[in-house]
Design a protein around this ligand. Structure first.
Ligand SMILES: Nc1nc2c(ncn2[C@@H]2O[C@H](COP(=O)(O)OP(=O)(O)OP(=O)(O)O)[C@@H](O)[C@H]2O)c(=O)[nH]1
Length: 321
């Protein structure tokens, strides 16, 4: 076979491969007119190479991110360097449907894209190639793993009975909140809440009824909080709350409203009406708060005072008390 024939054969094979490869290949000229559109692109877009050759990319696909993609391609022309777009940065550029059976849960194809400068025989960059890889399988696996990890993390931070933070996670948030105060001097209040005479509830109505009471109070508490506040189940029938950017007076206003809500609420368990009250201790951050432990201890002392003074009330911690 002559050298010419060999070269012709090679070219023929290359064209065949470009057409059938499971990767999208597009060549654009300097004005973004389409010069090459391979089989992958035809299969996924439904537009044949004959119907599209010479047409402007953005006129033909009006839903492409024109401004963003032009900026990327202009820098490839200018710097004569290839550029890479990951699905994590932008899930896709060409909105193709996902037909893969394994990853059927994705609506669209996730894509990694390479923008490649193409030089003419004189060495000038006259064209650009867009190479599109279907990375749907990889992307879906990674996203599913991420979502599973997030769920696991949430589970490990949540108290199963009340869906409030569990003690460990609450304590970690509490320490962070104290650091914020120590660094920036922002106000905040620590609140300890305990259900009154809860042992009697358990003894009279049974443990499952007691659980329902705990859930009901947690629910009222959750409804009363702002986005930035956080509450945890600190012990069996004890809740700890941090009200951020809230001073003692504002906290007392909050706790009294909460206390009255609990007082007027009722839990129905097996046709029996159960009524409970709560005692509350408040400790607002001040210059006397030495560390996070003393912030918490102050709230605890105030709670003890509420119990001592007859329950169903709020006490605010004062350094001399
Ligand atoms: N139902 C139920 N009871 C719990 C749970 N955790 C702790 N308890 C019970 O809560 C009760 C707490 O009782 P005490 O610490 O004596 O306090 P109290 O009866 O609430 O009395 P005061 O706090 O002084 O008003 C105990 O009987 C515990 O068994 C729980 O998850 N579910």
């Amino acid at each position: 076979m002559s050298t010419d024939q060999n070269a012709m054969n090679e070219l023929h094979w290359l064209i065949d491969m470009v057409q059938t490869i499971e990767v999208g290949l597009v060549v654009l000229d300097r004005n973004y007119n389409i010069q090459l559109w391979n089989g992958f692109m035809e299969n996924h877009s439904g537009v044949s190479p004959n119907g599209i050759k010479g047409k402007n990319l953005f006129d033909t696909f009006s839903d492409l991110p024109k401004e963003w993609l032009t900026q990327k391609m202009e820098s490839v022309f200018l710097l004569k360097n290839r550029s890479f777009i990951s699905w994590e940065q932008r899930p896709y550029v060409f909105e193709f449907k996902n037909y893969r059976p394994i990853t059927g849960r994705a609506d669209h194809m996730y894509q990694n894209i390479t923008l490649l400068p193409l030089a003419s025989l004189t060495g000038n960059i006259t064209h650009i190639s867009i190479i599109i890889y279907d990375v749907t399988d990889v992307a879906i696996n990674k996203l599913q793993l991420k979502s599973a990890n997030e769920q696991l993390e949430k589970l490990s931070q949540t108290d199963s009975l009340t869906q409030l933070f569990n003690r460990r996670h609450w304590q970690a948030c509490f320490e962070k909140e104290y650091e914020r105060y120590a660094r920036y001097g922002e106000s905040g209040s620590m609140i300890m809440i305990d259900i009154d005479n809860f042992k009697q509830i358990n003894d009279k109505y049974g443990h499952p009824a007691g659980d329902k009471v705990i859930q009901s109070i947690a629910h009222i508490l959750k409804q009363s909080l702002r986005e930035t506040d956080f509450a945890g189940r600190y012990g069996g029938e004890e809740f700890a709350v941090v009200l951020t950017n809230t001073n003692a007076d504002e906290s007392k206003y909050f706790t009294e409203r909460l206390r009255k809500k609990v007082e007027t609420s009722q839990v129905v368990y097996k046709n029996q009406i159960i009524k409970v009250t709560i005692s509350i201790g408040v400790n607002a951050l001040s210059e006397q708060t030495k560390n996070s432990a003393s912030w918490l201890a102050g709230a605890d002392k105030a709670l003890y005072q509420s119990k001592e003074n007859g329950r169903n009330q709020t006490s605010v911690f004062k350094e001399e008390s």
